[in-house]
Write a protein that binds this ligand. Structure first.
Ligand code: FAD
Length: 408
């Protein structure tokens, strides 16, 4: 055992990744988690583990780091229904794995529990319901602090076969997108709000109404889930003797909110840095920051467009697929900036991001939650109102909500 113990704040994906690598290398690792279990921040939500920001399949990369992707359930997808703002549905498709759906939460098959088991097997001690000062930890992995955007979803029983749809629609998901994921008889319909709204529940109800009218779901609601994302670029990732990993380090995708890959990768990079294999600050700047910067510029461009722009993106994506014979190439291109998007970075920074000093002394350039626009106010459809009433009944009879938002 190495002499000095390592304390990690947060037993989510980033903290546990670091814990696994360090414990395997003989460190006495203590992970302090404020909640009662890993994954308790989420509650059975499906999330997509993307496979387009790296040159390797992410599961192969995990194996090279000594992380076992078979320690949790995942379902690989090579095709998705892309729903254009005018309701046209097309299908980006690839030969390999475009993304994998994993479940977040405290059930045994969830990714969080897989990482927890790996950490314990490697020898780490996890202290749940534990409060520890950040100043007493070497790795800060405590997830998002502020909100730049939120996502709300409903989990339900369904007869629909396994499936993923991704919808670009500025009305149902202001500034962002909604999605439907079905895995083994359980469905999730989620809408992401990249503009702050007062009655956010109506966006979810209307989104559910939309999916119900386009897919044979036979939906029986179970619970509602959701959470926030914090999109920021700090000046430093290693500060005052501490490594900031995952969303606590602002390592999150500004464009779609796909933060799990960054969380795991940054946890590994911090551990490797402690092991003397590379310098965390420069590795993050080399491997992750360029992706995050381009995702911010993409987000800046997306913020400027409404449904007409979303339609153009969807059309371009399908044209690109016809030309190259692979729908994933578009997503790779999105994260590989040419000169035009690289030149836009100073404009993105100036127009979309704001400087803020954090309590720990770090300066960050973050994306504030944008205000709602006039077009975000509209009359709910009759079906959305019925869905809202249906949810009230389910909630009264015990349907859980995994985030503190009374109106969803
Ligand atoms: C609704 C929703 C949908 C999402 N969908 C996707 C998706 O499809 N694909 C994707 O890649 N990403 C998605 N994300 C983002 C992804 O969940 C995060 O980027 C990722 O979990 C970040 O990992 P992390 O380790 O930084 O934080 P987490 O996994 O959240 O872990 C942080 C941990 O720290 C704990 N903690 C917090 N404060 C303290 C404290 N003071 N002391 C001790 N412990 C503390 C928390 O309880 C938590 O367990 C989604 C996020 C949300 C909210």
């Amino acid at each position: 055992m190495k002499s000095e113990p390592i304390h990690i704040l947060g037993a989510g994906l980033s903290g546990l990744s670091a814990a696994i690598i360090l414990s395997k290398n003989g460190y006495d690792v203590h992970v302090h988690e404020i909640r009662s279990d890993s994954g308790a921040r989420f509650d059975g939500d499906f999330q997509g583990l993307e496979n387009w920001t790296g040159s390797k399949d992410f599961f192969d990369e995990m194996r090279e780091w000594g992380l076992d992707p078979d320690s949790f359930k995942s379902d690989a997808f090579s095709v998705v229904d892309l729903i254009h703002p005018d309701d046209e549905i097309t299908q980006p498709i690839t030969d390999g794995v475009a993304f994998r759906v994993v479940e977040r939460g405290t059930d045994e098959h969830c990714i969080d529990q897989g990482f927890k088991r790996m950490a314990i097997e490697a020898g780490a001690t996890i202290h749940y319901r534990s409060k520890r000062k950040p100043e007493e930890c070497q790795i800060i992995a405590a997830g998002p602090k502020d909100s730049s955007a939120v996502a709300f979803g409903e989990i339900f029983h369904t007869d629909h076969p396994n499936h993923v749809s991704f919808q670009l629609n500025d009305k149902l998901a202001p500034g962002a997108y909604s999605y439907l994921i079905v895995i083994d008889g359980i469905g999730l319909i989620c809408t992401c709000l990249w503009r702050k709204q007062k009655k956010s529940g109506r966006y979810l109800n209307e989104t559910i109404a939309w999916y119900e009218s386009h897919y044979e779901l036979n939906r029986r609601p179970i619970k509602r889930v959701g959470g926030k994302g914090d999109f920021s670029l700090p000046d430093k990732y290693y500060h005052d003797g501490r490594y900031y990993v995952g969303e606590a380090g602002g390592l999150q995708d500004f464009m779609w909110g796909f933060g799990m890959r960054y969380a795991i990768t940054s946890g590994v990079l911090a551990a490797k840095s402690i092991l003397g294999e590379g310098d965390y600050e420069s590795e993050v700047r080399k491997n992750l920051v360029p992706l995050i910067k381009i995702s911010a510029t993409n987000r800046f461009l997306m913020n400027r467009i409404g449904d007409n722009g979303f339609k153009m993106v969807a059309r371009y994506w399908m044209r690109d697929q016809r030309k190259k014979g692979d729908g994933l190439e578009f997503m790779r291109w999105v994260y590989t900036p040419g000169i035009f998007r690289r030149m836009l970075w100073p404009v993105t920074k100036l127009a979309m991001l704001r400087r803020k000093k954090l309590a720990d002394g770090r300066m960050v350039t973050r994306m504030p939650f944008r205000k709602s626009l006039r077009r975000d106010s509209w009359e709910e459809s009759d079906r959305a109102l019925e869905i809202s009433e249906q949810w009230k009944i389910v909630k009264k009879s015990g349907g859980a909500v995994s985030f503190p938002d009374s109106d969803v």
